[in-house]
Write a protein that binds this ligand. Structure first.
Ligand code: PLP
Length: 445
């Protein structure tokens, strides 16, 4: 409490003390990321408040900035090789905010067919209602397919570096070149790869998004999402396509491009999209994600090694029809994966059992080390049956086209000892095969 002349004489009342006493804590330099779990920040003086609102200096309110979140954003920008990053409340929010920073009514986006179902839903159910149209590309390795799907109204390409559900790997440089021909950004969801395995900006992508809830946080305790920008917005070339980045503000002030140059895109996201739509993360979640990232390389290296061992092992099992892992020679994108994923092929992939849904049911009910849940990138190994869960809204034909069959199971491989993982899978395959044999006998009987 300040000792103003009028307040100095009397001791404040109990309730005033319970709110204000102890507020003059010592300044210190914590080595771990400090957690600023606060809605807002005091202004030093009148001019400090005015400066914050008029020029954006300092911190005022956590929805528009917070030192814990700021530290995480700088860490993420550095890891992805971008110029700046904006952290939001979830991966879904990151995809939405990144696209809303680029697209408006009448605009068109070309997206890979092989994306997370939440992103597909955002494009088809939500952005479509705002007048934003989408075309999907099935053969994502073919630059001409992206070229053919785009037109003069196209304002962004969107794809995943390693994709849901079939583990397709994008030839980022080739598709970025097509986007570049049109002066539009390639937006990459890099959740499955993480910046440890792959940094899309180094290959020509312009915007990277993540579900930070997955590998970045790593321990399944917090949700978060991030948008990272390459800072290479070219106002002369692309300004006419993105008028909101080069037009004066509503009050007649200088445009984002005039104020921020090549960083106009991410500045617009930070100033005008994220705080207005409002998917603000808790500083506590930012703290947890920042803690998680400190061991990212160790976890992802180990998880990728485990995943490759699991995928090879599964490929040799008679109960298994196919394994969709980019690290295997048999995967159609293995050559692309070898070029882009030199440190490992990631830890999330799917495989398909011969016995269809009945075999998959038996399998998920038998695992003990693997956890049956909808999540990925965790230190723990996880399993999910996409056909009856994440992809259940599709018709059977649409599921098949996406590579999701009745016997398909998605694994996210964790850091456990590989022998324990293989023993668990072996046990689950045996239980599932046994249950299947019994049910077949019953039907025949
Ligand atoms: N992008 C990908 C590739 C995902 O797998 C997910 C979630 O599974 C998301 C985005 C959405 O992230 P969140 O669950 O953090 O909203």
């Amino acid at each position: 409490m300040s000792a103003s002349p009028s307040a100095a004489s009397a001791e404040p009342g109990f309730t005033t003390r319970q709110v204000h006493a102890g507020a003059d804590w010592a300044a210190a330099s914590p080595r771990a990321v400090p957690l600023f779990l606060t809605a807002g920040f005091t202004f030093d003086d009148f001019d400090g408040a005015a400066g914050h609102f008029q020029e954006g200096t300092g911190f005022g309110y956590t929805r528009t900035g917070n030192p814990t979140i700021d530290a995480l954003e700088r860490k993420l920008a550095a890891l992805e090789g971008g110029t700046d990053a904006v952290f939001v409340a979830s991966g879904q929010a990151a995809v939405a905010v990144a696209l809303l920073g680029l697209l408006g009514a009448g605009d068109h986006v070309v997206a890979s067919t092989h994306i997370y179902e939440g992103s597909r839903g955002l494009l088809l159910d939500n952005l479509s209602r705002l007048g934003i149209t989408v075309s999907f590309v099935e053969d994502i390795e073919d630059p001409d397919a992206w070229r053919a799907a785009s037109h003069t109204g196209t304002r962004a390409f969107f794809a995943e570096s390693i994709a849901n559900a079939r583990n397709d790997v994008l030839d980022i440089a080739a598709i970025a070149a097509v986007a570049q021909e049109r002066g539009i950004p390639l937006v990459i969801d890099n959740t499955f790869a993480t910046p440890y395995l792959l940094r899309p900006i180094e290959h020509g992508a312009n915007v990277v998004v993540h579900s930070a809830s997955k590998f970045l946080a790593g321990h399944g305790a917090a949700l978060g999402g991030v948008i990272v920008d390459d800072g290479r917005f070219d106002a002369a070339r692309s300004g006419p396509l993105f008028p909101h980045l080069v037009a004066a503000t509503r009050a007649g002030g200088p445009s984002p491009a005039e104020r921020h140059g090549g960083r106009a895109r991410i500045a617009y996201v930070r100033e005008t999209v994220a705080p207005r739509f409002g998917p603000s993360p808790s500083p506590f979640n930012a703290f947890l994600v920042a803690q998680g990232i400190e061991t990212l390389s160790l976890r992802v290296r180990e998880q990728s090694r485990n995943a490759l061992a699991v995928a090879r092992w599964l490929e040799g099992r008679p109960e298994v029809e196919s394994v969709d892992y980019a690290g295997l020679d048999s995967h159609p994108h293995h050559r692309i994966a070898e070029r882009y994923l030199t440190r490992g092929y990631g830890a999330v992939f799917q495989f398909t059992l011969h016995g269809g849904e009945a075999a998959a049911r038996g399998f998920v009910q038998a695992v003990e080390v693997f956890t049956h849940m909808t999540h990925l990138g965790d230190v723990r190994s996880l399993v999910l049956h996409p056909g009856s869960t994440s992809h259940s809204q599709h018709t059977e034909d649409a599921r098949r086209a996406l590579g999701v069959h009745p016997g398909t199971l998605r694994l996210s491989v964790g850091i456990e000892d590989i022998d324990d993982l293989l023993a668990d899978l072996d046990h689950a395959l045996r239980v599932s095969a046994h249950a299947l044999a019994e049910s077949t006998v019953e039907v025949l009987g």
